[in-house]
Design a protein around this ligand. Sequence first.
Ligand code: BGC
Length: 478
Amino acid sequence: MAEPDQIESTRRIQTNQPSSIVLSPSIESSIKSLKALFLTPPEILRAITDHFVNELLKGLSVKGGNIPMIPGWVTEYPTGKEKGDYLAIDLGGTNLRVCLVKLGGDRTFDTIQSKFGLPLDIRTTEASKLFSFIANCLSQFVEENKHILDLKDGHKLPLGFTFSYPCSQKAINHGVLQRWTKGYDIKGVEGHDVVPMLQDALNELELPIEVVALINDTTGTLVASAYTDPKTEMGLIFGTGCNGAYFERVDQIPKLADQNLKCEYMAINCEYGAFDNEHKVLPRTKYDIIIDSESPRPGQQAFEKMILGYYLGEVMRLVMVDLHEEGVIFKDAKDTKKLYEPYILDTSFPARIEEDPFENLSDVQEVVRELLGLETTREERELIRSLAESVGERSARLSVCGIAALAKKRNLKECHAAADGLVYNKYPQFKERAAKALDDIFGWNLPMDQHPIKIVAAEDGSGAGAAIIAALAQHNSK
Ligand code: BGC
């Protein structure tokens, strides 16, 4: 039987605190076994990291491997002196961001931006509709900002296009989509260069804009952060998807050897969401296997599917379905329809559950009622809270194996790893858990603020980053 709503309750000081109530044996044993299921002890993280380093090396080899390690054609660290006005767009999971970035040339920048909500069916629309939607948003932005844009005859506004999906790039203004990720499935784009697709849609509306650079969000993050903070060596996204970019020495990239490049460095968009697609080291649970097999692209993005935003709520839902069918939770529920709806719970579900500060977990009660239409007893809430903690903790701990592997690969002893994305910025305790996991891997045994490899909040990658890369591209083409 569900309990009556409690009006008052004391505050729980922090999460991960043992509950003060006596739990029934079935709840207690479920909590224990789920904790064990999602556990990632230091030795597992170290084994994953070692395998990760080998996979990064394979990705750079001529033969290639699971991790694509895509050259991003940004061939120098920014100097901080890049200057000028650039347009930048970022096609995200839920909106299209359009910016005008004014690079100051002195490691500073200003941004004017608009956000456009994406149509609900965007993930499965047609290619032409996607690109004409983007062009229309840009047209509106240009119209609204015409008083500050350089629209003199014949001048084309340079645009950096942040497109955060794996694209093979032969040049900075080129990118063939290898495959959609993060639940996108728009026909007619995979296998095609997305730059002319966007340029054609812009030309159709006679907009004076030239797409000068195609940028992955990680590369943008890397470059934007390096522009303001020279200690930056990695750009990372922990959002709907996960990925990292870094600067590699060109003489360490065998697959570029035949190009006789003159540059010393090349930004690499690792696309390491695809790490361990062969399932050799990641401790997959049956829930990860279901998520993968029911996704639009089974067998791909193994790492991403275990840890990042788009999947956290779904892992929790699948576990709760099992717990319900085993008779552990929601025993008297009359209508469990929502519980059986795939992807009904986004990342805000575990996040809100972990954030509940109250001893009686009244916020958990509210969230479960609101999103699943189900009532909970106090001990069910304890179980759901503990599950959210296990899933959230696993996500943060596994995430940093990518950082550790890049640091080992480049032999970086001290640096800043610039991170962005909803999970990094908003998920409760992600930063602390990630830092602790990095410490576990390297064995520093130091407080977070003294870590030699520090995960820091990134600068605006898809705005400033895209603009700086567009500036570098223009400079290099002159
Ligand atoms: C994409 C990457 C992107 C990452 C973070 C992944 O699904 O393949 O290109 O960087 O998500 O947005």
